[in-house]
Design a protein around this ligand. Structure first.
Ligand code: SF4
Ligand code: SF4
Length: 152
């Protein structure tokens, strides 16, 4: 899909439910934070972010290395859609474009749709590029040692 498939500034006028597939996908800013493992407290439902990346995450590009066929390898990877936003909000990163729009908030200026540059999310320091460790290198019991504050 190219930018020409996208209606001008669609994120300001088109509700999430009415976006095309191309528009929905373009909303992702590439921060990579949703691809990090999280620790959830069963009692409080509090969620802690770690820098332990999903096995398909590419730390250099900050993207899924097998996005189109990822469920063959990571069946539990969540497919976000308007119908499941409400039940996923609690763990989603604060800067996630889907969460922002769902909550009626604007995108940040560093969002690639606004800046026109896919690297602006990294330059703004809000992505996971270059800060992760692969999950196959960290024992599950040690994830607590990798808890981080969300870069925002
Ligand atoms: S947190 Fe949201 S904006 Fe960031 S990579 Fe995940 S889906 Fe995309
Ligand atoms: S499978 Fe891909 S999109 Fe899903 S969490 Fe892993 S790296 Fe991210």
């Amino acid at each position: 899909m190219t930018a020409s498939n996208l209606r001008p500034r669609f994120w300001e006028t088109v509700p999430l439910e009415r976006m095309t597939r191309a528009e929905w996908e373009a909303l992702c800013d590439g921060c990579g934070k949703c691809c990090m493992n999280k620790l959830e407290d069963e009692d409080t439902a509090e969620v802690a972010l770690t820098n332990v990346a999903c096995r398909l995450f590419d730390d250099a590009t900050c993207r899924c290395s097998q996005y189109e066929i990822r469920h063959q390898f990571v069946p539990e990877c969540i497919v976000l859609k308007p119908q499941n936003m409400d039940r996923n909000l609690y763990w989603m990163p604060e800067t996630c474009a889907y969460k922002l729009l769902w909550q009626g908030r604007p995108l940040f200026d560093w969002h690639p749709l606004i800046s026109g540059d896919p690297d602006s999310v990294h330059r703004a320091g809000v992505s996971m590029q270059g800060r992760t460790v692969p999950e196959f290198e960290v024992d599950d019991d040690d994830w607590e040692d990798h808890i981080i504050e969300e870069p925002t």
